[in-house]
Design a protein around this ligand. Structure first.
Ligand SMILES: Cc1ncc(C[n+]2csc(CCOP(=O)(O)OP(=O)(O)O)c2C)c(N)n1
Length: 168
């Protein structure tokens, strides 16, 4: 399930899927789609490994407590990967382009509601719901974290990787 936004080009470049039904996106504008869609996909196809690729805005809007708790309680584990750039990146970029990046200070971006900073600890949100949660900052940790998280999912526990692609 893919609803990445600012990172969508690199995601589609790197995930070359040729089998139908293995890469599902939403052509509409619902930024929160990937989290609930992953839960639905797992319920519909319990034998498949389901991975949700979501922006941080999409994760927040995806009602993560309800979704992860349900995945845990109803035994529908999936992996959610949060592309955490600590803000509504595409909207921020548009505003900066229109008004000039130098005119939009960090303080103004926050006041305009373009940042999600300081970032919530999404790994802890996951843990609070009985899911596995891990924050990843160092690119060298991405692969081990993915293996870890997929192992958790295969053992029956939903998992969230909070991947920091932009730092404070
Ligand atoms: C339901 C819904 N409300 C509002 C929007 C408008 N919108 C488009 S992108 C975006 C935020 C993008 O931020 P994020 O989801 O964190 O993705 P990023 O660009 O940072 O990768 C919003 C609010 C939308 N697409 N869908």
């Amino acid at each position: 399930m893919n609803f990445t936004i600012s990172q969508s080009a690199s995601v589609t470049e790197q995930l070359l899927r040729t089998k139908p039904g293995t890469f599902i996106s939403n052509a509409g504008g619902s930024i929160q789609w990937a989290l609930g869609a992953a839960l639905g996909a797992k319920v519909a196809a319990p034998d498949r490994t389901v991975v949700s690729l979501t922006s941080d805005g999409g994760f927040v809007w995806g009602c993560p407590v309800a979704t992860l708790w349900t995945a845990r309680a109803y035994n529908a584990p999936f992996l959610a990967i949060v592309f955490n750039n600590q803000g509504y990146g595409i909207v921020k970029k548009g505003v900066q382009k229109r008004y000039g990046a130098e005119k939009i200070s960090d303080g103004m971006a926050f006041e305009m509601g373009l940042d999600i900073k300081p970032t919530p600890e999404y790994a802890l949100v996951a843990q609070a719901c009985g899911a596995y949660g891990r924050m990843v900052e160092d690119p060298a940790d991405v692969l081990p974290a993915l293996k870890d998280a997929l192992g958790q999912v295969r053992s029956g526990r939903p998992a969230v990787l909070d991947v920091r692609i932009e730092r404070e």
